[in-house]
Design a binder for this molecule. Structure first.
Ligand code: FMN
Length: 320
């Protein structure tokens, strides 16, 4: 897959997820191999220029985390140039505009999915983004309000005409919950009718899901979120099975991977930022394991990283 001049192989991306798609998880995925493109969690275009990359959790990054697209959300076009300048300073490989998130915080300011309801401001945001960024520009959207293929195609063509280089489609309607079955069938044939690559996203939890999603949508590649937190080997498994990539670079047992993640949290984040991130990761990671609810509840009720680490150790010893 090519995004402008940037070759991405395999076309498998880590999704932007607040509190999850940070430096520790991204590093782990690079070590496991198979991930072709990384995204940051969404960052405020307004606040970005004044943030300190050595302490701001969304900006902390190690050089091996590449290629990395930083995702921004914006409610006003006037914030775009300074945000792009900051991303260039941070050695971004691309900038992604969030046009899919339906969260109330974004509703309040008219950003994310709500920027689509303000077409004049959206056009100005996209034009200023395109003009300011020599980097690839991507967008992430959901299918829309209704299951309407023509409307979705029109939206994608509009984005393409405004100079966007990659479109990710989360295959759910604006009002769908994450637990709902993804609507991959609504993407069927769409990527062929566009000139930019399309990543399909939503509900990929196994190699078989990945295969079916690609067959069903004809997408250029996949973006995966919760599935890779649940089972961090998922992207490298898909890369091997579907794209004939080599075996993982690092070999971890489940326990080994969990503790490697904790070590990375310690290396990357200030003390007070570690435990919350471990709890968020564990919520998904534990769900793929026998008796994982015990791991989750022990870690969730811990009051320090040290206590959580000790309790996780006990869990893995009992599970062995
Ligand atoms: C905890 C969490 C945080 C998320 N944060 C973001 C975000 O910052 N930006 C965004 O575009 N989507 C965000 N999403 C949506 C994911 O990127 C993705 O579209 C969604 O989880 C569906 O993909 P999946 O089924 O592979 O998880 C978030 C999802 C979760 C579960």
């Amino acid at each position: 897959m090519k995004i402008r001049d940037l070759a991405i192989h395999p076309p498998l991306a880590l999704a932007p997820m607040v509190g999850l798609s940070h430096s520790a998880l991204r590093t782990l995925l690079i070590e496991l191999g198979g991930v072709g493109l990384l995204f940051s969690e969404m960052l405020s275009a307004k606040r970005l220029p004044s943030e300190n990359e050595t302490i701001s959790p969304g900006l902390i990054r190690a050089p091996l985390e590449s290629p990395l697209f930083y995702q921004i959300y914006a409610s006003e076009s006037s914030n775009i140039e300074a945000a792009v300048d900051k991303l260039v300073e941070l050695d971004a490989q691309g900038v992604d505009l969030n046009l899919g998130c339906p969260a109330p915080q974004l509703k309040k300011i008219g950003a994310g999915r709500f920027l689509l309801d303000r077409p004049d401001e959206l056009v100005t945001v996209l034009r200023r983004l395109r003009k300011a960024a020599t980097l690839p520009v991507s967008v992430k959207i959901r299918i829309g309000e209704q299951p309407d293929r023509n409307r979705l195609l029109q939206t994608c063509r509009f984005l393409e005409d405004e100079g966007v280089d990659l479109i990710t489609i989360h295959a759910r309607l604006a009002g769908d919950k994450f637990c709902r079955r993804p609507r991959w069938e609504l993407l069927d044939g769409l990527p062929d009718r566009l000139n930019v690559p399309v990543l399909a996203n939503g509900g990929i939890f196994s190699v078989e899901d990945a295969r079916r999603c690609l067959e069903c949508t004809g997408a250029s590649g996949l973006m995966i979120g919760r599935g890779v937190v649940r089972w961090p080997w998922l992207i490298s498994d898909i890369a091997r099975e579907l794209y004939h990539c080599q075996s993982p670079l690092a070999q971890y047992s489940r326990e080994g991977l969990y503790f490697a993640f904790i070590d990375l949290l310690k290396q990357r984040f200030p003390r007070e930022r570690r435990l919350g991130r471990l709890k968020q990761f564990t919520h998904y990671f534990a769900s793929a394991h026998d008796f994982g609810h015990l791991l989750a509840s022990r870690v969730q009720s811990s009051s320090s990283l040290e206590q959580a680490t000790e309790r996780a150790g006990e869990f893995f010893r009992q599970a062995a």
